[in-house]
Design a protein around this ligand. Sequence first.
Ligand code: HEM
Length: 458
Amino acid sequence: MNATHTASPARAPGPPGKLLVGNLLDASRRENRLAHFVHVWQTYGDIVRLDLGPLPFFLLTRPDHVHHVLVAHAANYPKGRGYNKLKLFLGDGIFTSEGDLWRRQRRLLQPLFTPQSVGRFESHMRRAIDGLLAEWESAAASGQELDINQEMMKLAMNVISLVMFGFEIGARAREAADAFSAMLRFVSERSVSAIDLPLAIPTAANRRAQAAMDRVNAFMAEIVAERRADPTEHDDLLALLLAVRDPDSGAAMSEEQLRAELLTNFFAGHETTAQALTWMWYLLSLHPGVRAQLEEELARVLGGRAPTLADLPNLTLTRAIIDETLRLYPPVWGYVRQALAADEIDGYHIPAGAMVMVSPFITHRLPTIWPNPEGFDPGRWMSEQGAGRPKHAYFPFGAGPRVCIGNNFALLEMRLMLATAAQRFHLDLQPGFRPVLESVASLRPAGGMPMTLTPRTP
Ligand code: HEM
């Protein structure tokens, strides 16, 4: 299927696997998955074969590999069995579905996520940001240290629930929010587990996961029922999802599909953004020179007022800081596809059924593409430096048909948060604290991100 097929494609290099479980146990060691992949990339090169259980598994790191799998040959690389666990919880929503069902849902939802459409959510984002910063005033006054990771989770969850349902979930349903987090953790911890016990087997972990799932489903059903009984007009995602009609059949979404899309957007819409914002504050705290330049930009463009949509094109450093954060700490650090037919990439044989993984975290650090790859340098996004960079050298939001539908949403939320909060506070990392990368699901700091807040004098 690849025009560059060679007569007899070679076996990609990689570590020797142990019988049966192959390299699986190494790779699935909690908190260490990413470190393991970085290690094999550094040891074996751009394309690495690992024997993770019964299926061959390939780590692909170059931009042309990313293009091959996610764009040029996307039809041969569906999401596949790597997403089965997530499907148990999210159902066949836009993130996990494939084929015609996915195409239909993507076509229905896409118009809600254009740059213009997400602009209508600005007021919801502002409300959540203002609410959080009001709480920060008192924390700053008392010198109290905050876990910025938790704060960003709270913010992103409140933004997505305001946008979806018109209220802040933290205030109304703490328990449902916690159940949701528990559910996701369960899925991601087991997504590379060697032993795959069906959910119906009543182990303690399965029972807890089932209870969390029941709680979240009940919460979603309650909200939809309330909304259906409410005759007033609403301007949120739930109203849009209820109103959406298939352009061919004119049909509304089924109940099951609605549940899947609500869960999917709630899940996809907050965790990643929260992690990205956390790493952004961390990097700014380590780079006071960049922070000072940011403050200069904010003073020049905004002069102390809150940012609006019209200001965003003028906040170029603000945007570059976000782009650079997503380069160094892409929350979705790696994800998999499964080959339908046998293929050849870079002269190496990819058998039918093999799992392939692309990793923004690794590709964003290729020394042949990124000068000073580990350095935090927002300037690289504001100069000519990027001119010769290959297309998929940078893909924090994915690429091809399954590219993140919420990228405009996330970038808007992050820019509004950064431009508002950096005018009012300095966030400083607890002296001596070094975050440990945890890569169970999204890329997060294992021990949180303890920081102190200092109000900025106007
Ligand atoms: C910094 C924040 C975010 C990052 C880094 C991110 C990253 C990604 C990535 C890498 C994918 C593709 C995964 C794959 O191909 O397997 C994806 C898909 C998706 N994202 Fe995001 N995302 C972010 C924020 C959001 C937000 C705010 C929303 C919704 C409001 C959202 C909704 C989705 C959905 C629905 C998909 C599945 C799209 C499809 O398969 O058609 N994401 N995201």
